[in-house]
Design a binder for this molecule. Sequence first.
Ligand SMILES: *Cc1c(COP(=O)(O)O)cnc(C)c1O
Length: 391
Amino acid sequence: MNVPLLDLRRQNEPIRDELLDAFRRVLDSGQFILGKEVEQFESAAAAVAGARFAIGVTSGTDALLLALMALGIGPGDEVICPSFTFFATAGSVSRLGARPVFVDSLDDTFNLDPAGVERLITPRTRAIIPVHLFGQAANMDEISEIAARHRLSVVEDVAQAFGAAYRGRPLGTLGDFGTVSFFPTKNLGALGEAGLLVTNDAALAEKARLLRNHGAHPKYYHKMIGGNFRLDALHAALLGVKLPHLCRYTELRQQHACQYDRELRRFDGKGAVELRLPAMLEDRTHIVNQYTIRVGPGPRWQGPESPRDALRRHLTARGIGSEIYYPVPLHAQKCFRDLGPQPPLPICERMAAEVVSLPVFPELTAEEQASVSEAVGEFVEEGPATLEIGR
Ligand SMILES: *Cc1c(COP(=O)(O)O)cnc(C)c1O
């Protein structure tokens, strides 16, 4: 059975008329950038995020950039962030002339290791960017405590976890800023590029709003050097149609995750390969932007190919979509060679070699999911059919 990694058409089809109405409304308004649609979406999104202020921007990447600009991060500054994350987390630091300092991850949740953060702090450290990877919060109490003790800013990268909470508190509000992405593959996906910056700090919100629009207030009077990070009215209107469904999308993702856990648990840690299911911690919600399993070599594993790559080949041969988030940790990326030799980060290097994300989009059917589980289970028990693995 063919199972796509993601099928956005299934999500948009039931709300097609509402989306078309929103499109017509914007078309007829003649107002295409910021304005009423953006303001309405910002207040609805702030409520969902549990934040006092929400600022609509062009993308999750720009939300990160804008947050760091508003905090005054620049040349000479160091910003600690995980290596096992999407590129934008560290790319935005470098774009401002600051230096990303990479920290290893925790083996259970894929999120950055607070003890590692503490060891990397120098007099130049200005901020920490915890990423709530795959939809589950990083260890924010430890991170906030370290940040407070060393007077560091915290920008939470909430790109994959919009609407999730940590110990009952909404993500994005635990640091100075939270940055959200509405890239189409995220839990709340726009029909194009869009993002959001959230904060509870009125002064920072005001500064970010100015910087979003070239630092100008009033128009053509520039108080600071900002950029063009303005959200389109059309994207705000379309996102406004999808936002009320976010809770339901999340529930469906969580149900799929539970179902995978049930179906795959019996293969956990045995067979030709070692399978590890994602940890879901009790003190935080996991909104399952990705359901990411790990596949390592079991005692009987042989052959040049990694078990993860072999599993992927096995899934592809059965028409099942999967993706590797992320194959190369950031400290090993070519573009960061200028930073000089990087200390090894063994946990995230191992994760990069072992992870594979399975289809978990809300509209995935039970039959589709069963065939994914079956294919994974078959591989874990039998190994790749085409490889001699010394059975
Ligand atoms: C998607 C993502 C971003 C960037 O968001 P865009 O909207 O694609 O610019 C940043 N950080 C993480 C962790 C992401 O997953």
